[in-house]
Design a protein around this ligand. Structure first.
Ligand code: AMP
Ligand code: MG
Length: 461
């Protein structure tokens, strides 16, 4: 049975994309195929051949194209970005199937259109871990080795990643048409996005409100897991509310609110504790881009936009409190001060974020060993226990045992560069059940030893 493509994006006006086929590679090799996801999408996994996943063959029904978009990158606006190393094959079951690292497109600028193997493995593992953790995210359908080298800091094996997303529409897509004052395309984009993601809604204001609500909830979810996206540029913020673009992302080990990983984020713009305010900043750029559709009078449009943006803070706070209340087993009745005081203790004593929450629901001595000075923790514990009936089940469903720790991903990448994908498959399997104890996997729970710490991650470029 052929792959059941139904390509709605390719039906949009020509201003939205450039048609381009993937560039073939010499000697591709399959690393991983997510048959379960394929089946969920109504695709017979056997149809996803290596030839297709490497870009060597365009499947029947696909209409390959590179999407146009703009974006604020580290605060500066680039009016012309677009898919420079990604090609949308088309949609299946309402989801985009995209090849990443599949060759040059009209938007490649100075890039080579390719991906190194490392970022492919990282995105596969982290996006699938996020899905298993219940976080809205793009998914991994496949990873292949291209059999060709790419030149980055050093020469590295190349890879091609097949990504599935509810869509690849982003704040930057809206900005693209706003920057060109192309109101016709802007309106077409809003209608298309509403039909695809918010079918109950009809107006640009509703689109803005929906994206604000989804992003507020998403960022709070990230923070409840110690996740740092790392490159929250407006072209990396999805209109559907999924986490997208796992470039320099990472889960924190030791809790530090100012933690950042991305090597290029020198000022910590995208540090852990800045994620909500950057989210709001990005949503403000979305509101700006939508202004002409909010009201014909600009002053009125600005007032309408402000009203919508003002909801972001309370929505985020509410989501954040809810997530952390669940982590403490006190659903809907946890004092914000109780959460805050634990986080302060954790930061002061540089404890592992995941392990502290995990051990809160277990024997006290396991928890206390996480702290250098247990005395203030005992005081906190008695306040916590005095706060009401603690829902241990909920805690165990809210506090993962296994997260994709950076040093483990690094091990996977080092082995992968030597053509050994055993560590990749092992880590992937463990991360499928993040809330379940797994015999033999205890080492994967642990925080890195000082010599295992990976201090920085690099962008996927
Ligand atoms: P990202 O950092 O992945 O969000 O990418 C930012 C922009 O740079 C996007 O327009 C990408 O398509 C483009 N880009 C990143 N890497 C490459 C590459 N190797 N070749 C061409 N374009 C790239
Ligand atoms: Mg991007």
């Amino acid at each position: 049975m052929p792959i059941p493509f139904q390509n709605t994006y390719a039906r949009l006006p020509g201003t939205f994309f450039e048609k381009v086929d993937p560039t073939p590679v010499r000697a591709p090799q399959l690393i991983a195929l997510n048959s379960q996801l394929a089946s969920q999408m109504g695709i017979d996994p056997a149809e996803l051949t290596l030839e297709i996943l490497s870009g060597n063959e365009v499947p029947t029904g696909a209409e390959p194209l590179a999407m146009a978009y703009s974006g604020h990158q580290f605060g500066g606006f680039s009016p012309q970005l677009g898919d420079g190393r990604a090609i949308l094959l088309g949609e299946v079951a309402g989801k985009d199937i995209q090849l990443k690292g599949s060759g040059l497109t009209p938007f490649s600028r100075r890039g080579d259109g390719r991906s190194a193997l490392g970022p492919v493995l990282r995105e596969y593992l982290v996006s699938e871990a996020m899905a298993a953790l219940g976080v809205p995210t793009t998914r991994a359908l496949a990873a292949v080795l291209s059999g060709e080298n790419v030149v980055r800091e050093e020469i590295e094996p190349g890879g091609i990643f097949t990504r599935v997303a509810s869509s690849h529409l982003r704040i930057g897509t809206v900005q693209y048409f706003a920057a060109r004052q192309d109101h016709e395309s802007l309106e077409a984009l809003v209608n298309y996005t509403l039909a695809r993601h918010y079918p109950e809604s009809k107006t640009a204001l509703e689109l803005l409100e929906n994206v604000i609500a989804r992003q507020a909830s998403l960022i709070a979810h990230w923070m409840s897991l110690g996740f740092i996206h790392g490159v929250m540029n407006t072209d990396n913020m999805s209109l559907s509310g999924e986490t997208i673009d796992y470039g320099p992302c990472a889960f924190m080990d030791r809790f530090d609110p100012a933690k950042k990983f991305s090597y290029i984020d020198q000022n910590g713009r995208y540090a852990y504790h800045n994620q909500a305010s950057i989210g709001r900043w990005n949503l403000t750029r979305l509101a700006e881009a939508l202004l002409p559709l909010l009201h014909e009078n600009t002053d009125t449009a600005v007032e309408i936009a402000k009203g919508a943006l003002d909801k972001f803070g309370p929505l985020f706070e509410n989501s954040y409190q809810q997530r952390f209340s669940n982590k403490l087993g006190l659903p809907g009745r946890c004092e914000p001060a109780l959460i805050e005081s634990l986080l302060i203790l954790m930061a002061e004593q540089q404890t592992d974020f995941t392990l502290v929450f995990r051990h809160l629901s277990g024997p006290e001595e396991n928890l206390l060993t996480q702290f250098k000075d247990p005395e203030p923790v005992k005081a906190w514990l008695s306040k916590w226990r005095g706060s009401g009936d603690i829902d241990i089940d909920l805690m165990q469903r809210s506090n993962p045992i296994f997260i994709p720790r950076n040093h483990r991903i690094e091990e996977v990448i080092v082995a992968g560069k030597k053509n050994d994908f055993e560590p990749f498959h092992q880590l992937h399997a463990i991360l499928q059940k993040p809330f379940t104890e797994q015999a033999g996997a205890e080492a994967f729970e642990q925080t890195p030893e000082p010599d295992q710490i990976v201090p920085a991650t690099f962008c996927g470029t």
